[in-house]
Design a protein around this ligand. Structure first.
Ligand code: 4NP
Length: 166
């Protein structure tokens, strides 16, 4: 907690996937849920974005929203595309998969922000996955799995932010 007190407040987290309608809005809303439960709403802020502009302005995918709602998570927000200025403005940028990671890095031409770009699954404690799988072309099970995986990763991420272990 000393870390968050000493840091520029709020500490800002950005979750990134391809379309910003499935995985990254889920991560954002799950993280907000955990932050609220922990009473840290004035200390940590979340947003999400997509490396592509395919779905700009759209609400989260209906199948993703159903899977999130089933676990008590409300889905808010609209899709937007990742911008170079995001790398400066956010304290930590979380990629859902390796391709997203590469897309984020491609916006960091000078390489000065590489240390704040991380893989979301690195924060899992109960899953061994290294990437959050893209559920878009699959069935309902894939969406449920994304929520389970992101619940695990988000709790681990929150613990690390609070413990100053980033
Ligand atoms: P997301 O899922 O990156 O988790 O939002 C996808 C959304 C849309 C597409 C692919 C993945 N698409 O090809 O349109």
């Amino acid at each position: 907690m000393f870390f968050l007190d000493a840091m520029a407040v709020p500490y800002r987290l950005l979750f990134v996937c391809l379309g910003n309608i499935c995985r990254s809005p889920s991560a954002e809303n799950i993280m907000n849920h955990l932050i609220e439960q922990a009473g840290l709403g004035d200390k940590i802020q979340c947003d999400s974005a997509g490396t592509s502009g395919y779905h700009i302005g759209e609400k989260p995918d209906r199948r993703m929203t159903q899977a999130a709602n089933a676990q008590g998570i409300e889905m808010r927000g609209r899709s937007r595309q990742l911008e170079p200025s995001d790398l400066e403005e956010f304290d930590l940028v979380l990629a859902m998969d390796r391709s997203n990671y590469d897309g984020i890095l491609a916006l960091d031409r000078s390489g000065q922000y590489a240390d704040k770009i991380k893989m979301m699954c690195d924060f899992c404690s109960e899953h061994s996955d290294t990437e959050v799988p893209d559920p878009y072309y699959g069935g309902a099970d894939g969406f449920k799995y994304v929520i389970d995986l992101l619940m695990d990763a988000s709790q681990g991420l929150l613990d690390k932010v609070v413990a100053e272990e980033l």
